[in-house]
Design a protein around this ligand. Structure first.
Ligand code: NAD
Length: 323
């Protein structure tokens, strides 16, 4: 029975992941995907002999599309572990404390619901932009990323570095786009995340340029010219180079404050001009991050607190627009 259950869930989740990551057309709401993935993780932990080698529980994202040049990431682009409630945030805090010598300080950031991208600069010039893909290999989408006004083509200093961020479609652009699609009787995008991903994975950069995308940079992939003591310091550095970072980030000193921050945003997120699907909690000190390290899929020094999805609202809006 356990084997049949694992086989079934693996098969369904692989199909959902393909539609979400490769086709940018999710078949089910994220909550449903996350619930099934959790169930599969629990079954695999109990019956490891039945786990598939290519199980979605151990994979990041999807295969890069063939029509784009493939880009091998020098530093892998990882996923994040999830916490769905306060107890799971406390479990994360316990694991962090067990893994470091001091007391952790957390950097809390809005989890922007878009598409992870990496941007490479050589001597201050933007030379390459790519998707996360499967974490090891992404797609070269430089031509489309160049159309995003908030991506600097020249930095304020001639440095060589790689930054990581979330490209997204603001709510207003998404509504405008789906309204125009409805008028032309074209299929609508399910949500701004899929609209952003669909816009950036186009061969013609005019399409991305028309869709008013934006970006927040949330970290550094590599910076051979400069070391940092904390994540917070790294974010200040990239902001000073000319990148757009999110102003709502906060440095917090206890897990209770982290939980308050997460709860505050459950209600406040509706007021933002872009979609967020949670809060990313990161251990701030780089030394602590190094002590904690990584699993095969995600850093042990960060987790994503996930809100209940807003898909229901989006579906209603989609129906409204399509009639
Ligand atoms: P994730 O979305 O849970 O977390 C990792 C990503 O968070 C990063 O790659 C980055 O893009 C993003 N991010 C946003 N703001 C960030 C910040 N400030 N700092 C760091 N990262 C930030 O993990 P995932 O591996 O991309 O995918 C899992 C998600 O995709 C889940 O929400 C899942 O529900 C959804 N999904 C849905 C379906 C479906 O069929 N509906 C299928 C597959 C996956």
């Amino acid at each position: 029975m356990s084997k049949k259950e694992i086989d079934e869930r693996t098969h369904i989740l692989k199909d959902y992941a393909y539609h979400y990551y490769v086709l940018d057309q999710p078949k089910v709401p994220d909550e449903e995907y996350d619930r099934l993935l959790r169930e599969l993780e629990e079954l695999e932990a109990r019956f490891p002999e039945h786990r598939h080698e290519d199980s979605p529980t151990g994979r990041i994202g999807g295969e890069p599309l063939d029509q784009f040049r493939k880009v091998r990431h020098d530093v892998p682009m990882m996923s994040l572990s999830n916490a769905f409630n306060a107890d799971e945030l406390r479990d994360f805090d316990r694991r962090v404390r067990d893994g470091i010598s001091g007391t952790p300080v957390y950097s809390c950031e809005l989890k922007i619901d878009g598409l992870a991208v990496t941007l490479k600069y050589e001597k201050g010039s933007f030379v390459l932009g790519a998707t996360r893909g499967d974490g090891q290999t992404g797609e070269d989408i430089t031509h489309n990323l160049r159309t995003i006004g908030s991506i600097p083509l020249k930095l304020k200093e001639p440095v060589t570095l790689e930054v990581r961020g979330e490209a997204f479609m603001p709510k207003k652009s998404f509504e405008r786009l789906n309204k125009a699609k409805a008028e032309r009787e074209e299929a609508l995008f399910a949500n701004p995340r899929n609209a952003a991903a669909g816009s950036l994975r186009q061969l013609d950069p005019k399409i991305a340029a028309d869709r008013h995308l934006d970006i927040f940079i949330y970290g550094i992939g590599s910076s051979p010219d400069k070391d940092f003591d904390s994540h917070h310091e790294a974010l200040n550095y990239v902001r000073n180079l000319g990148f757009k970072t999110n102003r709502e980030a906060a440095r917090l000193e206890s897990i209770d404050e982290v939980i308050d921050y997460c709860e505050k945003w459950v209600d406040k997120r509706a007021d933002l001009p872009y979609e967020i699907d949670g809060i990313v909690v990161k251990v701030d000190a780089i030394e602590d991050q190094q002590q904690l390290g990584f699993t095969a899929k995600s850093p042990r020094w960060a987790t994503a607190y996930k809100f209940p999805a807003e898909e229901v609202v989006t579906t209603l809006r989609t129906i409204e627009l399509s009639v």
